[in-house]
Design a protein around this ligand. Structure first.
Ligand SMILES: Cc1cc2nc3c(=O)[nH]c(=O)nc-3n(C[C@H](O)[C@H](O)[C@H](O)COP(=O)(O)OP(=O)(O)OC[C@H]3O[C@@H](n4cnc5c(N)ncnc54)[C@H](O)[C@@H]3O)c2cc1C
Length: 387
């Protein structure tokens, strides 16, 4: 007899893993399907912000490879300033470990069944339920969470997110000698202004550095320019030998404001829904939040006897989109005036304090804009798309 699940979740990134965990905790029989065999590698800097940890409600410090509070800001690979870390800002993880840990939490609920190494080919959804097609046949459920990332098939299959904007990013894992590694034991670096609309990063892991460059603008930076930047990267200015372990590029998708992210009983979460912070490229926090919101929307809808609205998109529009849209306005300020984005935090400890609070989840872009009064209202005129 075919099992009909309460929910199927596609993808074991942060969005899928937390959605499955929340559904499992609520006693919903859930099938979690992942194309790769776990643990799997994900192209990502692996910077998990304090605010992402807050969304999980877990102190990640004992699990993280490093927890960083100090940030070196660089201007065009030349001038630099060290922003002292009074409080922790970012946990550094290898995504394979972080995501595997999240999946363990989902499985520990006892309600989640994992099928990894199985690619979803297509999905169908209507007001009664969903069918998920794979090489091992079709699976049915009352609800679906499509958390299959920027290139997964769920959104495509449902005809959603066709007009999204894609921001390119490239990352590299490099091994440096112990002395250089020691220089990074308590700090990360960001390089501003070298390429139009881009920034470079150095994220120290336990035994290597993750370096990369991400781009805010969908127009300005073809992959070649990003690769050239990679060769001049901050980390390449460090003394001593260096071994490149891997170089990979991928995209960060952005949801156009108002674009539908649910169809029938199928919901998109995380990158599949384009929920990424354009200014920083942070996606993990938004994946966690949207996965949690998707699970709660399903539980609430079932509790109403599956009548009325499956209020997912509306909750995302209220809870997440205002901040994501304000992050795009900030990204536009950076596009027009990158120098200010270096000079302001360097010259004003108060400004840096506000940035740190955003990264820690104690404030968001919208709060900071409100506090700027009339100046903040000027931002209403800035574009809310990055294309
Ligand atoms: C270069 C780069 C650096 C980044 N650095 C950071 C950073 O430092 N901090 C940060 O917060 N964000 C960062 N991001 C963004 C972040 O990686 C994503 O926003 C985040 O991973 C989104 O999580 P998710 O769960 O939505 O999707 P994903 O993590 O992409 O997970 C999707 C899962 O779905 C699976 N899947 C895909 N297709 C199928 C299929 N057909 N069947 C079954 N399963 C499928 C995939 O294998 C994958 O496991 C970076 C992104 C890039 C490209």
């Amino acid at each position: 007899m075919t099992i009909r699940y309460d929910a199927i979740v596609v993808g074991t990134g942060p969005a899928g893993a937390v959605a499955a965990e929340a559904l499992g905790r609520a006693g919903r029989r859930t099938l979690l399907i992942e194309r790769e065999h776990l643990p799997r590698v994900k192209t990502c800097g692996g910077g998990v912000t304090w605010k992402a940890a807050q969304a999980l409600g877990v102190d990640l410090t004992p699990l993280a490879e490093r927890t960083i509070g100090t940030v070196e800001l660089h201007w065009r690979l030349k001038a630099s300033a060290t922003m002292p870390g009074r409080e922790p800002l970012v946990h550094m993880f290898r995504r394979s470990r972080f995501d595997a840990w999240l999946v363990e939490r989902a499985l520990a609920t006892g309600q989640v069944e994992l099928k990894d190494g199985l690619a979803v080919k297509a999905v169908e959804a209507d007001a009664r339920g969903v069918t998920v097609r794979t090489a091992q046949g079709a699976f049915e459920a009352d609800y679906l969470v499509g958390a299959d990332g920027a290139a997964g098939p769920v959104a495509r299959s449902l005809g959603l997110m066709q007009e999204r904007h894609l921001l390119p990013a490239i990352e590299q894992d490099i091994v440096v000698d112990a002395k250089v590694m020691d220089r990074w034991h308590d700090r990360m670096a960001l390089d501003i202004g070298t390429l139009h609309g881009s920034y470079g990063w150095v994220f120290p892991k336990e035994d290597h550095l993750n370096i990369g460059v991400g781009c805010f603008s969908t127009r300005s930076q073809p992959a070649k320019q990003l690769k050239d930047y990679g060769k001049r990267h901050l980390a390449y200015q460090l003394p001593g030998p260096m071994r490149v372990l891997r170089t990979v590029g991928f995209v960060l998708p952005l949801r156009p404001v108002g674009a539908p992210i649910q169809r029938g009983r199928a919901l998109l979460a995380g990158d599949a829904a384009g929920l990424v912070e354009a200014f920083t490229g942070e996606g993990i926090h938004w994946a966690l939040r949207s996965g949690q919101i998707a699970a709660q929307a399903i539980v609430d809808h079932q509790a109403q006897g599956a009548r009325g609205e499956l209020a997912y998109e509306r909750r995302i529009d209220t809870a997440l989109m205002p901040t994501l849209v304000d992050a795009r306005r900030w990204a536009h300020i950076y596009l027009w005036c990158p120098r200010a984005c270096y000079a302001l935090p360097v010259r004003s400890p108060r400004f840096w304090g506000a940035v740190a609070k955003i990264v820690r989840g104690e404030r968001d872009y919208t709060d900071v804009r409100r506090r700027l009064g009339a100046l903040g209202r000027v931002a209403d005129w800035l574009p809310v798309e990055m294309g």
